[in-house]
Design a protein. Structure first.
Length: 280
């Protein structure tokens, strides 16, 4: 049986089973987690019919294990009003019936996981088809919270969505049909919100770089907009750990500000490049 046929059969079977349990279903999916060094790999689905492979590559982690990650996955109802209310725009953010899968990474408080800066996440699935200029995006949200775009790359094979995260969340792969200019405005605003967690001394030079990037973009100067954003990222990386907090702990008693800034800048850079290349 070909892989795409197995995927379709598994999704249909799970959907039928979930339908017996109620219309607004959330059907748990099997997951297998393996850890080697600073990398965790997750298979969603069965060995014979995997739905997705997930790779979590940590900049630096201690206490990393399958148990300390707290990984789960579920098949969700794409028309569930509660889920739709968590999206930025339910009419323009579309969850495909071909891959209605939510990944949750929620490390247990007593699990001992500690990480620095960001973790690179890749969700790879054959259930979705890659096209140049694809509107597919990687979104994340806190438990029961609002989803936001964290995409750093969309690559073929069939679809690989990549992004970075400074902490842990729920993840969805969505088609985002919002204008790129609107998404970019939101991402600049998000970074400015994260800057408020810094001292005035640390905040000022980063705010200047961010303003210069946005001004250049407004003038249609993509090269300068990206260069200023790269300088922003370089300064955060240089100051992280000494002047800018860069640690996340399962005890959730510190804020990984450097990770938030690096992750936010990464996805903003993706959106600027997408606007430059595809004009939307």
């Amino acid at each position: 049986m070909k892989r795409h046929v197995r995927l379709a059969w598994l999704l249909a079977s799970l959907a039928l089973l979930a339908g017996w349990c109620g219309a607004a279903f959330a059907q748990a999916l099997p997951v297998t987690v393996n850890v080697a060094g600073n990398v965790a790999t997750v298979r969603i689905g069965t060995l014979s019919s995997p739905l997705a492979d997930v790779v979590l590559s940590f900049d630096q982690a201690t206490g990393l294990s399958a148990a300390s990650l707290g990984v789960s996955a579920e098949l969700v109802d794409i028309s569930n009003p509660t889920l739709l209310a968590r999206l930025p725009n339910a009419s323009l953010n579309k969850l495909s019936s071909a891959f209605p899968v939510m990944l949750t990474v929620e490390p247990p408080t007593a699990g001992g996981l500690v990480q620095r800066r960001v973790t690179h996440i890749e969700i790879h699935t054959h259930a979705l088809a890659y096209t140049s200029g694809s509107p597919l995006r990687l979104f994340k949200a806190p438990l029961a919270g609002s989803f936001r775009d964290i995409t750093g790359e969309i690559a073929p094979g069939s679809v690989r969505t990549r992004g970075t995260t400074p902490g842990w969340s729920q993840f969805l792969v969505l088609a985002d049909l919002r204008p790129s200019s609107d998404v970019i405005v939101e991402k600049y605003a998000y970074l400015r919100t994260q800057l408020t967690y810094l001292s005035a001394t640390e905040r000022a030079p980063l705010a200047t770089l961010l303003d210069a990037s946005e001004d250049a973009l407004g003038a249609g100067d993509f090269a300068t907009a990206i260069a200023k954003l790269d300088a922003f990222r370089a300064r955060v990386s240089q100051r992280a750990g000494t002047y800018i907090p860069d640690t996340w702990r399962a005890t959730r008693d510190v804020r990984n500000v450097a990770g938030e800034l690096l992750s936010g800048a990464d996805t903003l850079g993706f959106s600027i490049g997408y606007l430059r290349d595809f004009g939307h």
